[in-house]
Design a protein around this ligand. Sequence first.
Ligand SMILES: Cc1cc2nc3c(=O)[nH]c(=O)nc-3n(C[C@H](O)[C@H](O)[C@H](O)COP(=O)(O)OP(=O)(O)OC[C@H]3O[C@@H](n4cnc5c(N)ncnc54)[C@H](O)[C@@H]3O)c2cc1C
Length: 399
Amino acid sequence: MNLPDEQNNKYDVVIIGAGPAGLSFARALAGTNLNVVIIEKLASKILADPAFDGRDIALTHLSVKLLKDLGAWTRIPSDCISPIKEARVMDGTSSYFLHFDHRKTCHDALGYLVSNHLIRKALYEEVETLSNVRLMTNIAVTSVSTDCEGASVLLSNGKTIEAALIVAADSRFSETRRLAGISAAMRDFGQIVIVCRMEHEKPHRDIAYECFNYGRTLAVLPLTGNQSSIVITAPTYRSNEILNMSDNQFSDDISYAFKHRLGRMKLVGERYPYPLIAVYADKFVSSRFALIGDAAVGMHPVTAHGFNLGLRGQDTLAKEIKSALARGVDFSSSTVLKNYQSKHRRVSHPLYLATNGIVRLYTNDILPARIMRKTMLRLGNNIWPIKRAIMNQLTAIEN
Ligand SMILES: Cc1cc2nc3c(=O)[nH]c(=O)nc-3n(C[C@H](O)[C@H](O)[C@H](O)COP(=O)(O)OP(=O)(O)OC[C@H]3O[C@@H](n4cnc5c(N)ncnc54)[C@H](O)[C@@H]3O)c2cc1C
């Protein structure tokens, strides 16, 4: 193993990007004696105390278990963790809904909502305690090079770092994926997602709503108290109209679109826009190089799988590496990387295709699509194996 050596800049693993995926992976390698460096272009001040970015992440039970294993869960204040007890999926103006209820499972909730900035903060605090991980911030990776002998990255400060393995976790628009010559299928939905928080008069009773209204979709996700996380998706040409409404106009608009189910709703803080582009890398590994997180699979947020998959994928890669170390074989070999790739593709590809299919169906307002989606909701409600498969996806804790 390489020892921490700032002089010759040699490491066992270079992780590019200290987002939630990169930080989780670094933390997952804590029990090994691998010498790890994370390169992140943001400043450490931002990583230590990330600003709220509007994203409240719906976590599955498996993700909660993984975050507990990583020591991050207990670092999230318990009053900032909101259970989702029921979920209702609605279409157009109909009051009929596809219903998921935690009482049909052996769990006290279908999942949990935690703000993205708190997940990042908790993971950063964990990584900071590790003696085998060095965090280099305010520096970008500008080039990567790999062959069967080893790998190296060129940094924006002109220095080179050598390693046995490069792991790229640098977002769905990953530059280093491109630099490594890995192509990716990208789907631009021509839509924008706008997220924010709102207070409301009536309690939400821990129920999450996904309303596929014609023209735009609206998700209302329960937070602690009489507050919800709001997720609006709309065609990109409508983004300025929604973002430029006054706070009062916006509050009225969402109260009306949600049919006043929660009484009057009032915007709290900012509205945050994100472009909707889904990405699936054509392969997750090449020689001494692996993609994790959104760099491997960047999901449309409608099914709330993005970080859940990122967390699961990094766990799969870390387990393959640890297993190789235990057997005394090269942890960066193509066999190890390909095992990760096949396992993670098997889990992620069906979810990626299903999510894109749901988006296509539920954002298409022509009559056959409207009929089809109403049929789907009824089938989902009445065919128990479909419903159970979806609930298992949320509540299972085995990888
Ligand atoms: C509106 C919205 C709602 C969402 N809701 C959910 C949800 O409910 N459930 C869920 O599971 N997921 C959800 N997601 C998805 C989730 O937010 C992402 O999957 C997750 O944040 C991706 O983490 P990451 O670490 O892979 O990438 P990122 O968070 O994008 O981090 C990448 C990091 O790499 C750094 N970087 C980039 N390039 C370089 C470089 N060249 N050199 C050095 N550093 C670099 C960046 O500065 C950044 O810190 C949602 C996403 C959005 C947009």
